[in-house]
Design a binder for this molecule. Structure first.
Ligand SMILES: NC(=O)c1ccc[n+]([C@@H]2O[C@H](COP(=O)([O-])OP(=O)(O)OC[C@H]3O[C@@H](n4cnc5c(N)ncnc54)[C@H](OP(=O)(O)O)[C@@H]3O)[C@@H](O)[C@H]2O)c1
Length: 285
């Protein structure tokens, strides 16, 4: 079986390829990249072929998927309306090139009424397109990456607090490394075909997140709740008109409890998700 991973130059695609190579022969793993130069280092590191894979280029995608049996489609980054068509390009190219199974990295999130909902809806549409495409499939709905909170530590330190609109909502966070393990399982086992899985670890509040960060980095961060409107304005001022409201909408989803749904991680991965105690301890050691 030959497996291809799209967006392999990115952090999630790269982590999935690195995970697969541990148990899978390198000659049967192919990385697709919109910008192959960005994946050159990974290709050399783990010894896999890198082929061009721009979601906006159907003919290129078809050529690059020749000989591929199973495809991991990483959700794109463009505006929601553009993403749907780009993902359809990948699905159509997979069908015409003879791919037999697609695994899609979707997201957890509120489907209506937040500034993130258009992104969630675009992922739901791609889920529907994958289910209807006639190939075998499996879909993961990823929780929120925890790494950005860790990377943001200097900004949190400068502010002395974590301030957002999540309130007391619990969030099913995850890491790209843990997702990579779960996606390797979805790709290499047919047990999960035809199903959709919530993929994240133990749910925690922002107050618990602050405590974990304090334990790892020796900080004294506290948590302060903001209104959804104030937090969107705060993020838009720092991150701009596209990403700012999206981040605000994600935290409104946490506030509403959407990320506090049961996780299927252990059922897919064959083991529990890494505990947050272990994860944050690994950062401080
Ligand atoms: N769960 C979460 O908390 C969360 C947070 C952020 C994003 N996401 C989603 O998760 C996905 C993967 O995350 P990540 O951490 O791997 O992001 P990342 O490190 O920023 O990588 C994004 C990847 O997408 C590729 N890409 C973008 N547009 C493309 C296109 N039109 N055709 C083909 N490839 C394209 C990029 O290729 P280049 O090298 O050419 O730029 C890059 O490889 C994101 O795309 C997003 O949908 C989830």
């Amino acid at each position: 079986m030959t497996i291809a991973v799209t967006a392999v130059s990115g952090q999630l695609g790269g982590a999935i390829a690195r995970n697969l190579i541990k148990t899978y022969p390198q000659e049967t793993l192919i990385g697709l990249a919109r910008t192959p130069a960005n994946a050159k280092g990974l290709g050399t590191e783990i010894g896999i072929e890198i082929r061009p894979g721009d979601y906006g280029k159907p003919e290129q995608l078809h050529a690059s998927l020749e000989g591929v049996d199973t495809l991991l489609l990483v959700s794109g980054m463009d505006a929601p309306d553009l993403r749907i068509g780009q993902h359809r390009n990948v699905i159509e190219a997979a069908k015409s090139a003879g791919v037999q199974k697609i695994v899609y990295t979707s997201i957890q999130g509120v489907e209506e009424g937040t500034a993130f909902s258009a992104v969630v809806q675009s992922n739901r549409q791609t889920e529907a397109d994958v289910r209807a495409c006639g190939l075998d499939y499996a879909i993961g709905r990823n929780g929120i990456y925890i790494e950005p909170d860790v990377e943001y530590i200097e900004s949190y330190k400068a502010r002395g607090e974590i301030a957002n609109s999540a309130g007391n909502g619990k969030c099913g966070y995850t890491t790209r490394a843990e997702l990579a393990h779960a996606y390797a399982c979805l790709l290499t086992s047919d047990t999960f075909n035809g199903q959709t899985f919530n993929l994240y670890g133990p749910q925690i509040t922002q107050t618990q997140l602050a405590a974990y960060l304090n334990g790892a980095f020796g900080t004294t961060l506290t948590y302060r709740e903001m209104t959804p409107e104030d937090f969107i304005a705060d993020r838009t001022a720092e991150l701009g008109d596209f990403i700012g409201p999206i981040i605000g909408g994600i935290y409104e989803g946490i506030r509403r409890g959407i990320y506090d749904a049961p996780s299927d991680f252990a059922a897919v991965a064959g083991r529990p998700h890494q505990s947050w105690e272990d994860y944050f301890q690994s950062l401080s050691s």
